[in-house]
Design a protein around this ligand. Structure first.
Ligand code: URA
Length: 189
């Protein structure tokens, strides 16, 4: 069966709204459950993601998987995407014009999946989706409500690879996300 997300992915694969489509190997559209209650949004594909077309499969993704597993969230149950669908060369930060060019695809994904919770992975996603003034060190783990959706941001897993002192905070935030998801699923029964 061709789903709505398959159609959006097919259109996204043809996108040439910015120059990153010329240097990427694969489109990294997003992966997971189309009916997910919880969606994670990272920054942009890295080398392994560009090679495989799947978000969060490199070193940062492997660490992220460990957090999911420790707090009891099944990766198959959630949806994972990025602000940018194509890899910026040498993993540089996404430029504003690239984010603007790409954000419509994420909006289409969010509209289709309609998740109850969106969790930004890192400051770039938080600044784009929550507020340009977002300060990841001060504001991580704080929930806000936008319409029907609850949103928060946690540290980017690559930041945890560089700085292990952030890992306790990450664990606390991930536990709070898992608990919210559990309560929401309980209510839906
Ligand atoms: N970092 C991200 O932000 N996204 C990925 O998919 C991989 C690494």
């Amino acid at each position: 069966m061709v789903t709505s997300l398959d159609l959006i992915r097919a259109e996204c694969d043809l996108c040439d709204k910015c120059a990153l489509c010329q240097t990427r190997t694969n489109l990294v559209f997003g992966v997971g459950n189309e009916n997910a209650s919880l969606m994670f949004v990272g920054e942009a594909p890295g080398e392994q993601e560009d090679k495989t077309g799947i978000p969060f499969v490199g070193p940062a993704g492997k660490l992220f998987d460990k957090y999911l597993s420790v707090v009891g969230i099944d990766r198959q149950e959630v949806y994972i995407a990025n602000i940018l669908k194509c890899r910026p060369p040498h993993n540089r930060d996404p430029e504003q014009n690239e984010q603007e060019a790409c954000i419509g695809w994420l909006r289409d994904q969010v509209r289709t999946i309609s998740p109850r919770m969106i969790v930004c992975l890192g400051r770039i996603a938080a600044m784009k989706l929550i507020s340009p003034d977002f300060r990841i060190t001060a504001d991580h783990g704080k929930w806000i409500t936008r319409g029907q959706t609850e949103m928060c941001a946690v540290y980017h897993p690559s930041a945890l690879l560089r700085d292990e002192s952030k890992r306790d905070d990450m664990l606390r935030d991930m536990m709070s996300i898992a608990e919210k998801l559990r309560l929401y699923k309980e209510q839906q029964k």
